[in-house]
Design a protein around this ligand. Structure first.
Ligand code: NAD
Length: 302
């Protein structure tokens, strides 16, 4: 059975690697794991994964490598550094990067991989930590048809919906367009609910009205940011869990970078980025992104 390697065992990577490990075990295969943080590796080895003590060891002899890293600079260094992934894998290896990064870096890694007869796809995800744990992530893949077809066989063990967005970098572009839309919808929903509250409306009643009217949207329907309106959402759990506000700021920053590169006008995305940036500077970066709702609340004078 060929060697499969997973690199980057953080909030997302760890549950993804667990699902992949379980699927590989059923097929008689195994998973080798690596992270800079040894404790993250321990968690996976306790479940039956093989420990790699270095990046070199992790990818040596691998036929499939999956990475889930924080940002573009980490992806660049893990893949392209002198002692990185591309320096050690054999021709024909399938490389899947599921991190959310700038499309330029994804294209740069893909180009160098192609020059070495390697298959690289960018495959960022939507669905958050809960989706990673449940194995229900949406993967948005950029790369060749061949890369997509091969990657799908691996990604199906960690997700439910797998889209081919286009050539290299297209997965990242689609992901940041989606998250820019989400940031705009969430900030608009927070704003509308607060306008209603300040003018005497019950937020639950207003939400029910808008859900049957033209203001209906994903944030309102599935992720109401006003505490108490909806059960089982971060707003009703002190804004814990969910998608951290600092990650929304990161994704909106990537959208702005892409907009500058393509000279696209994105005024709403720009406002949303600034709102989340301000919110995070006020100490809310680790709360769920729907906590932006609180920044609109009228403060009682003491
Ligand atoms: P995280 O910071 O929890 O995990 C990243 C892991 O990568 C860490 O364990 C870190 O030690 C490891 N790492 C960093 N550099 C490394 C290196 N050189 N070699 C080996 N390991 C290295 O991040 P996360 O929340 O798991 O997010 C990962 C990616 O997924 C990010 O790009 C993020 O934007 C994206 N994402 C996150 C969420 C979410 O809800 N957390 C949702 C969708 C997408």
């Amino acid at each position: 059975m060929s060697k499969v390697t997973f690199i980057g065992l953080g909030n997302m990577g760890s549950p993804m690697a667990k699902n992949l490990l379980n699927a590989l075990k059923k097929e008689g295969g195994s998973l080798e794991v690596y992270d800079l943080n040894p404790t993250a590796i321990d968690e996976l080895t306790a479940l039956g994964a093989t420990r790699a003590n270095s990046l070199h060891q992790a990818v040596d002899g691998a036929s499939i490598v999956v990475t889930m890293l924080p940002a573009g600079q980490h992806v660049q260094s893990v893949y392209l550094a002198k002692d990185g992934v591309l320096a050690h894998v054999a021709k024909g290896t399938l490389l899947i990067d599921s991190s959310t990064i700038d499309p330029q870096t994804a294209r740069q890694v893909a180009e160098q991989a192609t020059q070495q007869d390697l298959l690289f796809v960018d495959a960022p995800v939507s669905g958050g930590v809960a989706g990673a744990a449940a194995g229900t992530l949406t993967f948005i893949v950029g790369g060749s048809e061949q890369g997509f077809t091969q990657a799908k066989n691996v990604l199906q063990h960690m997700g439910k919906n797998i889209f081919h967005a286009g050539e290299a970098g297209a997965g990242q572009v689609a992901k940041i367009c989606n998250n820019m839309m989400l940031g705009i919808l969430m900030s608009g929903t927070c704003e509308a609910l607060n306008l209603g509250i300040d003018n005497g409306l019950d937020p639950k009643v207003l939400s029910d009205i808008m859900l049957q009217s033209s203001g209906r949207n994903w944030a309102l329907e599935l992720y109401n940011p006003c505490p108490g309106v909806m059960k089982n959402v971060p707003a009703s759990n002190g804004y814990q869990g969910g998608f951290m506000s600092q990650l929304m700021e990161k994704d909106l920053g990537l959208a702005m970078q892409a907009a500058v590169a393509s000279q696209t006008s994105t005024p709403m995305g720009g406002v949303a980025r600034n709102l989340f940036c301000l919110h995070n500077r006020q100490g809310n970066g680790e709360k769920d992104f729907s906590s932006l709702f609180e920044s609109y609340l009228k403060r009682l004078e003491s």
